[in-house]
Design a protein around this ligand. Structure first.
Ligand code: NAI
Length: 416
């Protein structure tokens, strides 16, 4: 049954269906948890709103929640990561969708508002887009919410700021901080998919290139690991001295970003901060430098400065914008500084999102069953959810973890 969705074109559904089917085939953890936990009735009739990058893997999570009995509404968390065929396939299967690829700012805002107006009880959020807007603009709907979960580091930062002001009246589970999420998704998933998008969108060889990685958090670690694996010379820039030393110990070059600006061929940001690459860097860069962002928002690279001060802006390749500096040097920005892996590609590998969305699905399920006993504000994901996701994954791989003998358990508890 098609509900009152707002999508680009229902006729695109067949292509979207194929993409979702592929994700489903490679999501053994979600499939197993669906049978054993998610479909136990806890989500039956619950109004669930999701705002996450709307591509096949997210769509599969939305479908499973729908099949578990929830009344699901989805909207995109980034204007360029929404895939219209996936939206059409979701709407066809009975999920309410408010999303189109590359909407105007006003349309993007309206989709989020429409999602909130459905009066969700549970929100699966990304970048705190739903939670923040509801608190700010629709306090009348707050009473109906039993809880939310948050997908990404940037959202966690915003929620911490909200928590400090004590404005969150319901529990928000920090899905991003689950071990089975950020250790795999932020690190391996983002590194792997950002590099493949960079290569696909430029068609350039990474071997021997000097790649500057801005930030050595989870995302930066993955970016550095995979670019080095492709034969690049990797330079890491990071304000935290301990993390910078860690980068050095891993074998990467470390330096100040202004020095790195002069020698980098490709720059990739993954910090959650703003203007990490700005006019001071652009002034020093070599002609032909390529800039990409893997962080949540498109302000890590100061694209606004380039748009204002660069001359002869033009698309030199699909998803590659060229800006000419006053002295004639050319700087290239991939997908206008939006998340390179999602706006310029299909995002994380399916197996990685299988873990992430297993965490998200179990978080929603946990809220549906236990929200009354969880305090309001930002809360950790229960450790049992991490254990369940990891052991389910190992089980699907046919691998059994070591088991301690009683003698070993006693030994670890003794001190004599
Ligand atoms: P994190 O907190 O682990 O790491 C961020 C690092 O950036 C920190 O070490 C911080 O010190 C550093 N940093 C901050 N300002 C900097 C600056 N001016 N120059 C250089 N380094 C700076 O965060 P995480 O998990 O690595 O996430 C980073 C961003 O990536 C966030 O916006 C997050 O939401 C986003 N993200 C994107 C994904 C994707 O699919 N593209 C997936 C997961 C996270």
């Amino acid at each position: 049954m098609i509900k009152e969705s707002v999508i680009k074109d229902p006729a695109l559904a067949p292509e979207g269906r194929l993409k979702i089917d592929w994700a489903a085939q490679h999501s053994p953890v979600l499939n197993k948890l669906f049978k054993n936990q998610l479909a136990d009735g806890a989500l039956d009739g619950r109004k669930v709103a999701m705002t996450i990058h709307l591509e096949a893997k997210t769509a599969y999570l939305a479908l499973l929640m729908h099949e578990a009995g929830a009344d699901v509404t989805v909207s995109g968390s980034n204007p360029l990561s929404t895939q219209d065929d996936v939206c059409a396939a979701l709407a066809e299967r009975g999920v309410r969708v408010y999303a189109t690829h590359n909407p105007s700012d006003a349309e993007f805002e309206r989709y989020l508002e429409q999602t909130i107006e459905t009066g969700p009880e549970i929100m699966v959020d990304d970048g705190a887009e739903l939670v923040g807007r509801m608190i700010d603009k629709r306090p009348d709907l707050l009473d109906g919410v039993i809880g939310a979960s948050e997908e990404t580091t940037t959202g966690i930062l915003k929620l911490k700021a909200m928590d400090a002001e004590e404005v969150i009246p319901f529990p928000v589970l920090a899905a991003n901080d689950a071990l089975c999420k950020h250790m795999f998704d932020n690190r391996y998933g983002t590194g792997h998919s950002s590099l493949s998008s960079l290569m696909y969108n430029t068609n350039l060889f990474m071997g021997g290139k000097t790649i500057v990685v801005m930030g050595f958090g989870w995302v930066g670690r993955g970016l550095a690991k995979y670019t080095k694996g492709m034969g690049a010379r990797v330079i890491v820039c990071e304000p935290d001295p301990v993390k910078l030393l860690e980068a050095h110990a891993e074998g990467y070059e470390i330096m100040n970003s202004l020095d790195a600006a002069e020698i980098g061929d490709i720059f990739v940001t993954g910090t959650g901060n703003l203007k990490v690459l700005n006019s001071e860097h652009f002034e020093r860069m070599k002609t032909g430098a390529i800039l990409a962002n893997a962080g949540h928002y498109d302000h890590e690279i100061d694209v606004a400065w380039l748009e204002k001060n660069g001359k002869n802006e033009r698309e030199v390749r699909r998803n590659v914008t060229e800006y000419e500096m006053p002295d004639g040097r050319k700087i290239h920005v991939i997908v206008r500084g939006r998340l390179v892996n999602l706006a310029g590609g299909d995002g994380h590998p399916v197996e990685i999102m299988d873990l992430t969305f297993a965490v998200q699905a179990l978080a929603a399920h946990h809220l549906a069953k236990n929200s009354a006993s969880i305090p309001a504000g930002l809360q950790p994901i229960p450790a049992e959810i991490d254990q369940l996701v990891a052991s389910t994954k190992l089980d699907t791989m046919g691998v059994e973890p070591e088991k301690f003998t009683q003698e070993q358990i006693d030994y670890q508890k003794s001190w004599r």
